[in-house]
Design a protein. Structure first.
Length: 224
């Protein structure tokens, strides 16, 4: 039976969440909007249009959405060559590959950004596929990215897990019918991840790797 280990990227494998917060904050500021950084942090992980809607409201000037998104993209691109993996990210992916898992990424990143993220992770040799923003109609918390990742892996939801760092990740995993595992590396509190459907929560990739044999992933392995 094929088992899929689907991973979110930002805040889960690469230390980018607070960079996104700063870049979105600056994009809003340049457009004349005062948005609190803590509110931006809570929205990170949503597709750009949904993030903007959450922070500015449904009655905003929607013609401004593309400009805000473009400003964020341009600001964030200045960090591409400095992105850093979260401790243990590459080691965790390789360990899962060694144990027979198909490792797939599920991200809302565009192609240029995704390239920078993959360079930071430095584990392309074990990444079997990527479900990106252009591959699905709806981003997280909809289950579409996870469903697409499972298709790429050739795996069923019942034999798969989704690892992420946001409430949106946990909801997407639950909606897709896979086990959702949370990490605290993105800055979202444990209780919020658990309330959104996390089966287990770890400090980060290194912590999950250190107790892999007692994790929900090991239980799936024993199930066959």
């Amino acid at each position: 039976m094929t088992r899929a280990a689907v991973f979110d990227v930002d805040g889960t494998l690469v230390d980018t969440n607070h960079l996104h917060v700063v870049c979105w904050w600056e994009a809003f500021r340049q457009a004349g909007h005062r948005v609190a950084t803590h509110a931006v942090h809570r929205a990170v992980g949503l597709p750009s249009e949904d993030l903007i809607a959450r922070l500015l409201g449904e009655d905003r000037d929607r013609d401004e959405d593309s400009e805000l998104s473009a400003a964020h993209t341009a600001l964030y691109a200045t960090y591409f060559e400095r992105l850093a993996p979260i401790k243990g990210a590459g080691d965790l992916l390789r360990a899962l590959d060694d144990r027979g898992w198909r490792v797939v990424l599920a991200t809302s990143a565009g192609s240029a950004e995704l390239g920078a993220l993959r360079r930071a992770i430095d584990a392309d040799d074990v990444i079997a596929g990527v479900a990106g923003a252009d591959d699905v109609e709806s981003g997280k918390p909809a289950p579409d990215p996870v469903h697409r990742a499972l298709d790429l892996a050739g795996a069923d939801p019942g034999s798969s897990v989704f690892v992420g760092d946001t409430v949106w990740d946990m909801k997407a995993g639950a909606a897709a019918g896979v086990l959702s595992v949370g990490v605290l590396a993105g800055g979202i509190p444990r209780r919020d991840l658990e309330a959104a459907g996390a089966t287990a929560v770890y400090d980060g990739p290194a912590a999950l790797l250190s107790c892999l044999d007692e994790s929900p992933l090991a239980r799936l392995e024993r199930r066959g």
